[in-house]
Ligand binder design. Structure first.
Ligand code: NDP
Ligand code: PYC
Length: 338
């Protein structure tokens, strides 16, 4: 399946390569393992804005002293349905990994539990954080705020982050139902990729430094800004993410940190909220069957492509052929590992 522009490699080999890179550039073994698995998962599932494309950003952020790759998260059991984690200026995913067993046991006990992560950096796709809960029969909703680059609806200046929301639910006889979306018209990573490839972005994505609508990704990145998806509706969701992922957790708002003294810093220093629900506590105890009924109804209504399906398709293909990585990118990664 390899050609001159891309190569394929087994998932485990990609994880190992990324782990070596992260460790070589300052992450502890534990953090490197979590980030490597997350990043390789995104690459495998075709989320190219958050796969190996992000590795230089992780590395330069650690090198700049902005984020602590050796951080040890501090977990606090604060109430029957509430877990707090101070990620200690480290990455959010290792904080989730450490707090996860307590969160799940609380959700199973109380029917619902909240994980509030603060002082954390999330530079990744969000669905790998929620999909595993659904594979255990639980529902999960997660929100993360990022860095100021989105103009709130009706505003004149950027304020919000690209603020993604991800949701996962079990579905009888199917992979979990998952969606994962930025609340901006396009993820910042996709604007960067479009700029690199010299491609325009769709109308409605963003504005230039004068606040004029543009389809030029470079104009958006160079003093311009993104817009929320869906006008006032996406803007309201983005505001909610700021409130739940930052105000509620104790993390920074997307406008609340200054990385200007850390050249190379790219990872937003914010917060993350994860809400986990045990559907077995609900009436009827048949959530997964009802979820399947909804999917079947959607199919009867003519839906041929549900959220999450492309990702599962890419995953299945990678299980057979290996994970696709650009040839130049793979050479660069191998160089970073030694
Ligand atoms: P997309 O717009 O590509 O996709 C959003 C959701 O819609 C996905 O669940 C996708 O499913 C689904 N979808 C896409 N096209 C269709 C379609 N035609 N019909 C039905 N469903 C569809 O994602 P975004 O660009 O908004 O976000 C990309 C990634 O960036 C996300 O993983 C997000 O978490 C990440 N991100 C991370 C940030 C951070 O701070 N860490 C900030 C912002 C974004 P499928 O997966 O199958 O394509
Ligand atoms: O793609 O918008 C984005 C993003 C921000 C932080 C990590 N990814």
């Amino acid at each position: 399946m390899s050609d001159v522009h891309s190569q394929t490699l087994p998932f485990a080999e990609l994880v190992q390569l990324l782990q070596q890179i992260f460790q070589r550039h300052g992450a502890s073994a534990q953090v490197a393992q979590v980030l490597a698995s997350n990043c390789a998962t995104a690459q495998r599932d075709g989320a190219h804005s958050h796969g190996v494309f992000r590795v230089p950003g992780y590395v330069s952020s650690m090198a700049s002293g902005w984020v602590d790759g050796q951080a040890v998260p501090v977990v606090e059991d604060v109430a029957s349905g509430f877990v707090r984690v101070d990620a200690s200026n480290g990455f959010a995913q290792p904080a989730l990994a450490v707090a996860r067993p307590l969160l799940v046991s609380k959700a199973r006990e109380a029917g619902i539990a909240v994980l509030a992560i603060r002082n954390s950096h999330h530079f990744a796709a969000l669905w790998p954080d929620v999909e595993p809960f659904a594979r255990e029969g639980l529902l999960a909703l997660s929100l993360v705020n990022s860095m100021t680059c989105v103009v709130p609806h009706g505003g004149r200046k950027p304020l919000f982050g690209t603020n993604p929301i991800a949701f996962a639910a079990p579905c009888e006889g199917h992979d979990p139902i998952v969606f994962d979306m930025a609340t901006s018209a396009l993820a910042h990573g996709d604007v960067q990729i479009a700029a690199r490839q010299g491609q325009p972005v769709p109308p409605g994505t963003g504005v230039d430094r004068e606040g004029q609508p543009t389809t030029d990704p470079k104009a958006i990145l160079d003093g311009g800004a993104l817009l929320p998806f869906g006008g006032h509706k996406g803007s309201a969701l983005s505001m909610m993410v700021e409130l739940l992922a930052a105000a509620l957790t104790g993390g920074h708002f997307s406008f609340g940190f200054d990385w200007s003294k850390h050249p190379g810093a790219q990872t937003p220093w914010t917060g993350q909220l994860i809400i986990v629900i045990d559907p077995s506590k609900a009436a009827g105890n048949d959530f997964a069957a009802r979820s399947r009924e909804l999917v079947e109804r959607m199919e009867h209504a003519g839906v041929t492509r549900r959220a999450g399906e492309r990702r599962y398709r890419e995953r299945a293909r990678a299980e057979v052929d290996g994970v696709k990585v650009g040839t130049e990118e793979l050479d660069r990664l191998r160089g970073m590992a030694v």
